[in-house]
Write a protein that binds this ligand. Structure first.
Ligand code: B12
Length: 437
């Protein structure tokens, strides 16, 4: 049966305003899956449209959906609850579904906290939402759909088994951007669009949920399908730049070389950025990336202290961190890094090692993140086991706030360290060097 389905990116204020607001890749993938079954779809991207919850409610009232699907991360979960209540008020008979990493790992909690949410979709959502939309909303039908947690008629919360990961990513229809007003995403007139060439991560860093969310196996699309999508983004949507959303684009030299060669051969000529690991990058790979249009590489260096790199299970060394930054700069690629401070066991001296490394290597941009125990991470389990007090104020889970009591580094210490570091790093000298570049 054809249904009316609204997909909602919940209202929030971007945490970092010099980053372009990108079209929501997850929602456009869900829309593409749903339109295969002829459903009527509307995507409401509240941050892009500058919609409040009140305005969202008005939009939902006039669309009158049968299903409302909401996406959210940990820092936006309270806003997602608010959106769910707005959805029930606007369309009382609609099924309200929540997805994304926070809901995936706190599925039962989310359903017991917010009565306006009917179903949580855990993990990859394309096939699951298709099945929900095709079926009725009886507990009997829902109970047969893998990868969901839901409330039955008597209020009991039931969890079905995990859904198997999608095997062949080339089978997925391309993200359906036609439901968005792409003009909303232009920054200084330029449109940046996302793309994802793989899913899954082979590593299990203690602060990250990726391998659980997307699987510990690296699932890839063919270089041809990636290059086809890049051409499509450029020609059909007018993309001026592209951002790869893969956790890591470069784990296999052969594969990244093939992708780059395909881009070079076809003269795609669109600048792009990606995330890479410092132990998988070489001068040759960086030169190839640059030749294929890569103008920004982002490394999760995490720390300049080997003790902390080992504690977070990063499987890299401080020497690799420094060398990878240097090589990217030499290849003429803008290099951004994320680094972590305030990990359990870290001292002020250990943090200083990280800050010294950053000052020495001088990457072009730095995200100095305060260690944050997102639901589903090993770090969260570690804090629970140690009995350290962890905040449940999810809006603070943006890596700029300290959310657990740390006997070695207090929240105030970490805030001050960040402030002092940024004040020094983005000095008039830095600005001058970047301008000359
Ligand atoms: C690109 C990215 C960003 C971009 C966002 C750009 C944009 N507008 O999309 C930027 C740099 C801005 C960013 C910022 C942040 N990010 Co970020 N980011 C990512 C990254 C690398 C890719 C996101 C993506 O496009 N994924 C691909 C799409 C297809 O997946 P998806 O959106 O999750 O949707 C799928 C499923 O989740 C599910 N699903 C999702 N929603 C729904 C809804 C319904 C109804 C259904 C049925 C299914 C469903 O189905 C979808 C299709 O399979 C992910 C890691 C990852 N691999 O996902 C981290 C990730 C999402 N980010 C994360 C974090 C922590 C942040 C920050 C909070 C902190 C920080 N300093 O980075 C900020 C906060 C942003 C905010 N506004 O609140 C965490 C989230 C953890 C959590 N529990 O919330 C992740 C998972 C990284 C990690 N490994 O821990 N991020």
């Amino acid at each position: 049966m054809k249904k009316k389905i609204a997909l909602v990116n919940t209202p929030f204020i971007e945490v970092k305003d010099n980053h372009p607001l990108l079209p929501p890749l997850g929602l456009t993938y869900l829309a593409a899956a749903l339109e295969q079954n002829d459903h009527e779809i509307k995507i409401i991207d509240c941050p892009a449209s500058n919609f409040s919850h009140e305005k969202l409610k008005e939009e939902l009232s006039s669309f009158s959906p049968d299903i409302v699907g909401i996406t959210s991360l940990t820092p936006t979960i309270d806003s997602a609850f608010h959106s769910a209540r707005a959805a029930k008020e606007a369309a009382p008979n609609a099924q309200v579904i929540l997805g994304g990493p926070h809901a995936t790992f706190l599925d039962k909690e989310v359903l017991s906290q917010e009565a306006a949410i009917d179903i949580v979709v855990r993990g990859e959502g394309e096939q699951t939402i298709q099945e929900i939309a095709q079926g009725s909303n009886s507990a009997n039908t829902l109970g047969k759909i893998t990868g969901i947690t839901f409330r039955n008629e008597s209020g009991q919360i039931l969890q079905t088994p995990n859904r198997a990961f999608i095997k062949n990513l080339d089978d997925l229809p391309r993200p359906a951007y036609k439901y968005l007003n792409l003009g909303d995403y232009r920054l200084f007139g330029k449109l940046h669009m996302p793309i994802m060439a793989s899913r899954g991560c082979l590593y299990q860093c203690s602060f990250c949920v990726s391998s659980q969310m997307w699987g510990g196996k690296y699932r890839t699309r063919t270089p041809k399908s990636v290059a086809d999508e890049l051409e499509w983004l450029r020609d059909e949507h007018g993309a001026d730049g592209v951002q790869f959303h893969d956790d890591i684009l470069t784990p296999e030299v052969k594969r990244i070389t093939e992708i780059c060669d395909e881009i070079i051969k076809r003269k795609i000529n669109v600048p792009w950025g990606c995330q890479a690991r410092v132990d998988q990058i070489s001068k040759e790979v960086l030169v190839k990336l640059r030749k294929a249009g890569c103008n920004e590489v982002s490394y999760g260096i995490e720390s300049g202290c080997q003790k902390i790199l080992d504690a977070v299970k990063k499987k890299t060394s401080t020497e690799q961190n420094e060398k990878a930054i240097k090589m990217a700069k030499e290849a003429g690629i803008f290099v951004a890094v994320t680094a972590l401070i305030g990990y359990p066991g870290e001292t002020k001296e250990n943090v200083k090692e990280t800050l010294d490394l950053l000052r020495r290597a001088e990457p072009d941009d730095i995200w100095l993140c305060i260690a944050t125990p997102y639901p589903g991470t090993e770090l969260r389990g570690l804090l629970d086991n140690m009995g350290w007090k962890v905040s449940d104020n999810w809006s603070l889970y943006d890596t700029m706030h300290s959310v657990f009591e740390n006997p070695l580094l207090s929240g105030d210490d970490l805030k001050q360290i960040r402030k002092d570091f940024y004040n020094g790093f983005y000095s008039p000298g830095y600005v001058l060097r970047q301008t000359v570049k």
